[in-house]
Design a protein around this ligand. Structure first.
Ligand SMILES: Cc1cc2nc3c(=O)[nH]c(=O)nc-3n(C[C@H](O)[C@H](O)[C@H](O)COP(=O)(O)OP(=O)(O)OC[C@H]3O[C@@H](n4cnc5c(N)ncnc54)[C@H](O)[C@@H]3O)c2cc1C
Ligand code: SF4
Ligand code: SF4
Length: 523
């Protein structure tokens, strides 16, 4: 990296985001270019992994193309899955399916703490010469005509021959790029789920290590796409979470409360008995699939991982696609610059082999618009016919504009707190939130006039869909000119649900600076 002017730095490749996609791209570039390219990676968290949250079970094949056998062997991967079960939940009881759908079979795959593995990848990248800067947020794109020319970050300009957007789901820079160049969007709207997750410390039971359990059904209505997962990642650790789709039509949609209710099911209670939550977080999952993914590149820029919509919703997996797309972007950059690509590079256009899984299930997520039974039927059909049926393209529901007025669907009653569930404030404590004193709020509602109508029509959905209780109704008796919604930005988990689900698009959200936000541990 060179300083061309006091406040403008230059680098060959600038990578925004230190998740699996950004780190894979950085490692591939640095190793292949043998120091001929300067590679700078910016990460907004105060440490690599601090803003990462996943399940997680990994399809690890892509790591073999990225790492040497020694590096691969030294990665802190967890135990492999020894048994996986799939349960339908009904109020008070559950049915274990006699088979696990092919895409959900995980036996033999490693579990992992994504933060720990990302830190190991970052060490490899740094060892190869990548400059990694944490607590550094890319704020906006720099443009040279229609070409992306780098980013602005904390008042500085960072110019780059190529900028790689690896910001994860619903990133602000990707949104800026797509707004300026809508042709980069897929033909379908992108659609998201929010995943709410905890890690529990439980009484040690080595025999249960490596067990995986997935659920569908209760407490989600059949019209709402989503499901739960519970992974025994160590003898005394359970990772559990619930992913729920943002295209819920219910203004009472409350992912945190749904998660609390899910944890009260006898099946989940049995698995988690004696446990104590030690970590909490939430994050989006782009679920649209094949028809919602973005183009991989535009002049001066490449889009990788979740930023490009590369998640296989049928199996709830995107880590392998993040790695593959990071490698593919790196190989493309090397080719563009006339540098030799590694011997195991795949031809342009075929560089992300796992995209075939998305193609095979191209209408999978959209088919759930018709409810759970229709969606499951379509999913089976798609898998058997290798994606030929259902034919054509089913459109996704517009998750921002699909709410029904509140009267039609009153919010569900809130469950009592219990030993495994101490309520949202205790959960937030486990997200290790830190917003530096004096930094302005990254969330605002510049024009609250739509809020009054929204409160009357939908009962202020933001006070429920945010899994961190950031939004609060002004108390009864507040002055008429007081803002109708109060914002506790210091609770924010940076999941970005609010930027997608506010029906009036009234919420303005800028990416927090200085490493502010959660510091997820073991999520
Ligand atoms: C609940 C849940 C369960 C999941 N389970 C699995 C699973 O079991 N297996 C699987 O394979 N996948 C799973 N996934 C999906 C998987 O986690 C993602 O597909 C994957 O993490 C995407 O990686 P990424 O590098 O594209 O994005 P991310 O992991 O989101 O990384 C993006 C990084 O960019 C940083 N960033 C964002 N904006 C900026 C900015 N402006 N400036 C600087 N830095 C920025 C963020 O802080 C973050 O560190 C799951 C996801 C969730 C939410
Ligand atoms: S911020 Fe959005 S969701 Fe919340 S009350 Fe205002 S318009 Fe409604
Ligand atoms: S304020 Fe928005 S980004 Fe922050 S936790 Fe709530 S929904 Fe997520």
């Amino acid at each position: 990296m060179s300083a061309a002017a006091a406040d403008r730095l230059e680098t060959d490749v600038l990578i925004v985001g230190g998740g699996f996609a950004g780190l894979a791209c950085a490692i591939r570039l640095a190793r292949a270019s043998e120091g001929k390219l300067s590679v700078l990676l910016l990460e907004k968290a105060s440490r690599i992994g601090g803003h990462l949250l996943s399940g997680a079970v990994l399809r690890p094949r892509a790591l073999d193309r990225l790492l040497t056998p020694e590096e691969r062997g030294a990665l802190p991967l967890g135990p492999v899955v020894v048994a996986d079960h799939f349960h339908a939940l009904l109020p008070g009881f559950s049915l274990r399916l006699p088979f696990v759908p092919p895409k959900m079979r995980m036996k033999g795959l490693p579990m992992l703490d994504v933060g720990a593995v990302a830190r190991a990848l970052a060490e490899i990248a740094a060892g190869l010469g990548v400059e990694i800067v944490t607590s550094q947020t890319a704020d906006t794109l720099l443009w040279d005509g229609d070409r992306v020319a780098g980013v602005a970050s904390d008042g500085d300009e960072i110019g780059a021959a190529c900028t790689v957007l690896a910001e994860g789901p619903a990133g602000l820079l990707a949104a800026e790029l797509l707004k300026r160049n809508p042709a980069l969007r897929g033909p379908n709207l992108q659609t998201y789920a929010v995943g709410v997750k905890e890690v529990l410390e439980v009484p040690a039971d080595p025999d249960k290590t490596g067990r995986v359990l997935h659920t569908f059904g209760w407490p989600l209505p059949w019209s709402l796409y989503g499901g739960g997962f519970l992974y025994r990642t160590a003898p005394d650790r359970i990772a559990l979470g619930l992913a729920v789709a943002l295209d819920s039509t219910d203004p009472g949609f409350d992912p945190h409360e749904l998660f609390r209710r899910w944890k009260t099911h006898p099946l989940i209670r049995r698995e988690t008995a004696g446990g104590k939550p030690v970590a909490y977080g939430a994050r989006l999952i782009p679920e649209g699939g094949w028809f919602s993914r973005t183009a991989p590149a535009a002049p001066g820029v490449r889009i990788v991982g979740d930023a490009a919509g590369l998640v296989d919703a049928m199996e709830l997996k995107g880590l392998h696609l993040a790695i593959e797309s990071g490698i593919d972007a790196a190989d493309g950059i090397l080719r563009d610059r006339g540098l030799p690509v590694p011997a195991n590079a795949l031809p342009p256009g075929d560089g992300i082999p796992s995209l075939d899984g998305l193609r095979r299930t191209k209408n999978y997520r959209a088919a759930f618009r018709g409810g759970l039974p229709v969606g499951m039927g379509m999913a089976g059909l798609a898998w058997i016919t290798r994606g030929l049926l259902p034919p054509g393209r089913i459109a996704q529901r517009d998750e921002r504009h699909c709410l029904r007025p509140a009267k039609a669907a009153p919010p569900a009653p809130r469950p009592e707190s219990g030993p495994l569930d101490l309520g949202i404030d205790s959960d937030l404590y486990l997200a290790n939130l830190s917003y530096r004193d004096g930094t302005p709020s990254h969330i605002s509602i510049p024009d609250p006039s739509p809020c009054r109508d929204c409160i009357a029509r939908y009962g202020a959905p933001c006070t429920r869909f945010c899994p961190a209780a950031v939004y609060e109704r002004a108390p009864d008796g507040a002055p008429a000119d007081a803002p109708p919604i109060r914002i506790r930005h210091e609770n924010c988990l940076q999941c970005r649900t609010c930027t997608l689900k506010c029906p009036s698009d009234a919420i303005r959200w800028t990416t927090p600076v200085h490493g502010n936000g959660p510091d997820f541990r073991g999520l």
